[in-house]
Design a protein around this ligand. Structure first.
Ligand code: MN
Length: 201
């Protein structure tokens, strides 16, 4: 069964002014769509045709680069749209807030770590907050890899992920990746992030 592009859970302009409508429209409608289309092409008529996206991602080290890159791209973006929300930025609560405070000292401590991971990721990739053996950790991956992949340097279950490809911010922020990383905390869907954290346990 062919993979399909999930709908954005909000309008493309809903994350303004932090993420602009043009970027969201192109990012979702063109970039994510291309990962879906190219993944479908790469698996058509192969042994991978009937595998789930999770299965493909977990075996990234033994599949073709096209399936790894586009499968990762589809998984990562589907995840990314969900952890963003208009009016986010109020911060985490409950068990997630407790875990963030005990691991990173404070929410600001977490932001610093994630932003550093995103800023120092050379070229294109992702910064992650993951749950690893029940503990929170910050990591980053190159290209469209993610922490669920068997090839990941740091493996874990994604709780929050930030796209640091230029296509995620260039129209509004140009080369200023740190500025984009500073702004995105205003549109984090902490309810969804808390669900990811609970599900990862
Ligand atoms: Mn992207």
């Amino acid at each position: 069964m062919a993979f399909t592009l999930p709908q954005l859970p909000y309008a493309p302009e809903a994350l303004e002014p932090y993420i602009d409508a043009a970027t969201m429209g192109i990012h979702h409608g063109k970039h994510h769509q291309a990962y879906v289309d190219n993944l479908n092409k790469a698996i058509a008529g192969t042994e991978h045709e009937n595998k789930s996206l999770e299965e493909l991602v977990a075996s990234a080290g033994s599949i073709t680069p096209a399936v790894r890159n586009n499968g990762g791209g589809h998984w990562n973006h589907s995840f990314f749209w969900q952890i963003l929300a208009p009016g986010g930025g109020e911060g985490p609560t409950g068990a997630l807030a407790d875990a963030i405070n005990s691991t990173f000292g404070s929410l600001d401590g977490l932001k610093e770590k994630v932003n550093a991971a995103g800023t120092t990721r050379f070229g294109s990739g992702w910064a992650w907050l993951i749950s690893k053996d029940g503990k929170l950790e910050v990591s980053s991956t190159p290209n469209q890899d993610n922490p669920l992949m068997d090839v990941a340097e740091v493996k874990g279950k994604p709780v929050l992920g930030i796209d640091v490809w230029e296509h995620a911010y260039y129209l509004k922020y140009q080369n200023r990746r740190p500025e984009y990383l500073g702004a995105i905390w205003n549109v984090i869907n902490w309810k969804k992030v808390a669900e990811n954290f609970a599900a990862a346990k």
